[in-house]
Ligand binder design. Structure first.
Ligand SMILES: *Cc1c(COP(=O)(O)O)cnc(C)c1O
Length: 386
């Protein structure tokens, strides 16, 4: 597979050596049913039109591409921001949940099961469920519940049931395990609405396709083909959707990870949550705990397509520290009047550090996906602790 065939369904769910479908026997038919339904829906103009309609009149797409003129002048580059923070519910996650929500309904499912870290995906799932007349059960680690209480209240306000997860690190990795277990027990009624580009086939492909709208819009909106396209990477969905719009250009594609959750930079090949990818692991190959100020990046794995694009040298990955991230939120807020999410600030932090160096030479045209807004993080930023 070459990046030129990027649009097609990956054969067997494989991106080179990565991807696949490593799930218990009992989940294989359920995954196959989702794959068949998505293949069919994605080729169906009626489905695409319905989704495009919701993205437009409900989610607020297209999101703007904003020139960050003040910061550009300070840094000696041309920086444009793809404003996913302005999408309904405050991040790019709405793109994926509306797609999978419509798919679940098309499959005759009545219930959505989801995992959440920062709570953004849980809120987005609860939102789609409310809109589409489905029920929602969201699994969330108790550590994240403490950090992101407002999002728990938002989910409950939207009518979702939030199930606290107390196992392991009590964060996204554990919530994902529990959500997959719940799906095993209810595959007839429930659709597992995975929030990023990880998991068994078809999720990495399907979620990238639902997030492709970010990159497609940005490609149309950008005044030039950017020298560099940059996005933060947790599971990798906002980056995958952004990269999809530029993978066939000469733009460098850069994903920025949290120093404490850098599966691409510090991980090794392994299997987590149904896919072979790059995974943070200990000496025995056990999945390690991730640690980041941004709950949405607190994940030890990354989507298999990133592992593949990284392996063939088409995309590159960098890490930034929590301190750089907090400074990046402040700098963007004060120069451009935009308070971005801690997750998104990882991409900003790399630009701040790299501008004017060999990694990002002066004069570069840079397109940065601002994945979400920072309201949910204000207590972390004010209190200074995660
Ligand atoms: C969830 C989230 C992320 C991380 O998820 P990806 O799948 O890597 O995009 C990044 N930014 C925001 C605002 C989020 O809510």
């Amino acid at each position: 597979m070459s990046p030129m065939t990027f649009m097609a369904e990956p054969v067997g769910g494989r991106f080179g050596d990565f991807g696949g479908r490593y799930v218990p026997e009992s989940l294989v038919p359920a995954c196959a049913a989702v794959a068949a339904a998505f293949r069919d829906a994605w080729a169906d103009k009626t489905f695409r039109d319905e989704l495009d309609g919701l993205l437009s009149v409900y989610a607020g797409r297209p999101t703007p591409l904003t020139p960050a003129s003040n910061l550009s002048a300070q840094l000696g580059i041309s920086l444009w921001l793809k404003r996913e923070d302005l999408a309904h519910t405050g991040s790019h996650k709405i793109n994926n949940v509306l797609g999978q929500g419509l798919l679940a309904r098309r499959m005759g499912r009545t219930r959505l099961i989801a995992e959440t870290g920062a709570g953004q995906h849980g809120v987005a799932t609860a939102t789609a469920a409310a809109l589409l007349g489905l029920s929602a059960t969201v699994y969330m680690g108790t550590r994240d519940i403490e950090r992101q209480r407002l999002n728990v209240h938002r989910m409950e306000m939207l009518g979702a049931t939030v199930v606290p997860v107390t196992s392991g690190s009590r964060t996204l990795k554990d919530a994902t395990n529990e959500a997959m277990r719940a799906w095993v027990a209810d595959t007839e009624r429930a659709h597992f609405l995975l929030g990023s580009v990880g998991g068994p086939h078809p999720y990495p492909w399907m979620v990238r396709e639902f997030q492709r709208v970010i990159g497609s819009e940005a490609r149309r909106q950008a005044p030039v083909v950017p020298d560099v396209v940059v996005a933060c990477v947790g599971g990798g969905s906002n980056a995958a959707g952004t990269f999809a719009g530029f993978v066939d250009t000469s733009s460098r594609l850069i994903g920025v990870e949290a120093a404490g959750g850098a599966a691409m930079s510090n991980g090794a090949p392994g299997v987590v949550h149904g896919a072979r990818s790059m995974v943070l692991q200990d000496d025995e190959g056990q999945v390690a705990e991730a640690e980041s100020i941004a709950a949405g990046l607190d994940y030890p794995g990354v989507g298999p397509e990133h592992a593949y694009l990284g392996a063939i040298g088409r995309s590159e990955y960098r890490t930034v520290t929590d301190d750089e991230v907090v400074e990046a939120v402040r700098r963007l807020a004060r120069t451009e009047g935009i308070i971005c999410a801690l997750e998104s600030a990882h991409a900003v932090a790399w630009v701040l550090r790299a501008a004017g160096t060999a990694d990002l030479p002066a004069g570069s045209a840079v397109l940065l996906t601002l994945s979400g807004r920072g309201d949910k993080d204000m207590h972390t930023l004010i209190g200074g602790t995660a």
